[in-house]
Design a protein around this ligand. Structure first.
Ligand code: FEO
Length: 415
């Protein structure tokens, strides 16, 4: 665990967590940080927690002591979000100290009680304040469904710091650089993709609520954004706000200027057409990603499809339906409510079709509203005339996807 002073009387504790399935599902290739914050006036508040994964709360207590804070001096636990990656240590803390107060929304209060048996809870509403003394005043702003129903922001007035917990969070381990102004260009790029991974894996189902949380943040004068995962933004907090807005557009069909080929093949017939398509994309100078299912993790698959303006689905018929690993991937994308993508499908069949029917069932069932270029199905291996049709489909996709590309947030994009 590392610790930093982020402003006078405000400290961050952060630890990298790796080799876990986040939420028990997501195989996160580059880990994640858990951040916790201390605000110190005459009274001391700790905002969210960093222990629980390793089961070693003493790590936190030891680090507190190293910055001169006795765990016994903590008066308030601010629970911005109840998911146990942030709250999992509360039960242990109660064993160490008995006279502290949990501060959270009414929705969170029920959970704090049911998860940890807590009853010393102060419920806060929109705009309620807590004066810690020495100029440190906290205000609370519920931002429900980021991505649980009980979530809120905590805002510190003196330093104009927004403690946003999951909102504005990103995956990815942090090495030595924890502030936005310290990041190298490689680290900025790294965290941009890890932000996409985080948003698409964890947040995207709740995009309409995320937009409301973005609007709420805009009503506050912010010098620092201090999230529960990833770097602290003190030089340019607007960047992560704009990034989140851009990601919300990706959830609704926009994307980077790149194509993702989501594909699977039983005996190489569909794979031959995939090779052919790669040649076209290279010839046309289009950036592309290849995801062979079921070899990719769901985390990587969802993030990569999510960020792409054009999707090529290459999958054969299998037992009268769509090749199951590709069908499973599309179902997962549908559950995440990633809508309005531009797509083109082709694939082989042996003796009868069926893949196309299931593809449309998946789209309908999940209300995905994807915009499809006419599919190409071929019997056995792709023949010359099949490849011509596939080439026409790919070229149409490349042309149409120009309307979907959003690489940065401009006023036009916001409208
Ligand atoms: Fe970082 Fe929703 O937990």
């Amino acid at each position: 665990m590392k610790k930093f002073k982020i402003a006078e009387g405000v400290y961050m504790f952060t630890m990298n967590v790796e080799d876990i399935l986040f939420e028990g599902i997501w195989e996160i290739a580059n880990g994640v940080t858990l951040n916790s914050y201390i605000v110190q006036g005459d009274k001391t508040a700790i905002i969210d927690g960093v222990i629980g994964w390793d089961g070693v709360p003493e790590t936190l207590y030891k680090n507190l002591e190293e910055i001169g804070i006795d765990p016994q001096d903590i008066d308030y636990l601010i629970v911005n979000h109840m998911e146990p990656d942030h709250s999992g240590w509360i039960e242990n803390f109660r064993k160490v100290k008995d006279d502290f107060t949990v501060i959270c929304t009414d929705r969170a209060a029920k959970m704090v009680s049911s998860f940890y048996g807590e009853d010393k809870i102060k419920v806060v509403k929109e705009g309620d304040t807590l004066d810690l003394g020495k100029g440190k005043v906290l205000s609370f702003y519920p931002v429900p469904n980021v991505h649980w129903p009980e979530t809120m922001y905590t805002y510190e007035h003196d330093t104009k710091t927004l403690f946003s917990c999951d909102m504005f969070g990103v995956f990815g381990r942090m090495e030595e650089h924890c502030f936005d102004d310290e990041l190298t260009s490689e680290e900025i790029e790294f965290f941009e993709f890890e932000g996409i991974r985080y948003y698409s894996n964890v947040m995207t189902t709740f995009t309409s609520s995320i937009r409301k949380a973005i609007e709420k943040a805009k009503t506050l004068e912010i010098n620092i954004i201090a999230p529960g995962h990833g770097p602290v933004y003190r030089k340019n907090p607007q960047k992560i706000i704009d990034d989140y807005y851009r990601f919300s557009l990706y959830a609704e069909g926009a994307g980077k200027n790149e194509v993702t080929i989501l594909w699977g093949s039983m005996y190489g017939m569909t794979a031959r057409a995939v090779d052919f398509v790669e040649g076209i994309l290279q010839r046309e100078g289009v950036k592309y990603n290849k995801l062979e299912m079921p070899l990719e993790s769901d985390s990587e698959m969802i993030a990569t499809v999510f960020k792409s303006a054009g999707i090529i689905i290459a999958a054969p018929t299998y037992e009268y339906k769509l090749f199951p690993p590709v069908a499973a991937a599309l179902n997962e994308i549908g559950r995440k409510r990633i809508t309005n993508k531009l797509a083109f499908r082709f694939g082989s069949y042996g003796w009868s079709g069926g893949a196309e029917r299931e593809l449309h069932e998946i789209m309908e069932r999940n209300k995905m509203k994807w915009d499809f270029i006419e599919s190409v199905e071929f019997e056995g291996a792709p023949k010359e005339e099949d490849l011509k049709k596939i080439e026409a489909g790919v070229l149409e996709l490349i042309e149409k996807m120009k309307e979907k590309v959003v690489e940065e947030i401009t006023e036009e994009a916001v409208e």
